[in-house]
Write a protein that binds this ligand. Structure first.
Ligand SMILES: [Zn+2]
Ligand SMILES: [Zn+2]
Length: 205
């Protein structure tokens, strides 16, 4: 069993400020992992499909997911689906099983009714400038709420993923001289170039 409390401090350090959305990500990730019975992903064992979009409130949620599941941008085992929602499907590659966890609508709506959002965030004040006395109770609420009040956790379902093949092959771009991954090159006359150089030369991708 993974305990989200053990990842709160490190999560806040990684994330950069204190807010309730990152901890919500911790709770959602932990619930998914515990339902699947899996450990934090040291390599690419788990894959997280997050329904977040861009430029909306509480995308901080994604950092909580990265922190607790080990599905990270760097390892490439987290994917944004751009639905503008907070559901997460966590896939365990080994068993080909997944669960979807989503914060309950009531919990999300209650969050919006707080001083943190109404007096600060919605007025454009960055989370790092919200007084600790305002944000701490919210964090505590998210961290302490019983799972059945906070989250909807699906039953595990089949979700087989194709085996991931990592490329170790590379080439040196004939134009800029920078190292580029093999499959990302483009032929340009008798030369082989990287994508930005190709775009610059041809105006197309
Ligand atoms: Zn945040
Ligand atoms: Zn280049």
């Amino acid at each position: 069993m993974i305990d989200p409390k053990e990842y709160l401090e490190a999560g806040q350090k990684f994330h950069g400020h204190k807010c309730p959305a990152m901890p919500m990500g911790l709770r959602v990730g932990a619930a998914a992992m515990n339902r699947l019975g899996v450990e934090r992903s040291p390599d690419g064992q788990l894959v997280a499909l997050v329904e977040l979009g861009e430029d909306h409130c509480a995308t901080c949620f994604g950092d909580g997911i990265q922190m607790i599941t080990g599905c990270t941008f760097g390892k490439g085992n987290i994917k944004k689906l751009n639905y503008g929602k907070w559901g997460v499907t966590l896939v365990d590659r080994a068993s080909g099983r997944a669960v979807r966890v989503v914060p309950k609508t009531e919990a999300m709506l209650a969050n919006k009714q707080t001083e943190f959002f109404q007096k600060y965030r919605e007025k454009g004040i960055p989370a790092s400038q919200v007084p600790v006395t305002v944000v701490e109770p919210l964090i505590e609420k998210v961290m302490k709420a019983p799972e059945q009040i906070l989250l909807t956790v699906s039953k595990p379902f089949e979700y087989p993923l194709p085996k991931k093949v990592e490329s170790f092959a590379g080439f040196v771009c004939d134009h800029c001289g920078e190292m580029t991954v093999e499959g990302y090159g483009r032929p340009l006359g008798d030369r082989k170039v990287c994508l930005p150089c190709y775009e610059k030369a041809t105006g197309q991708r």
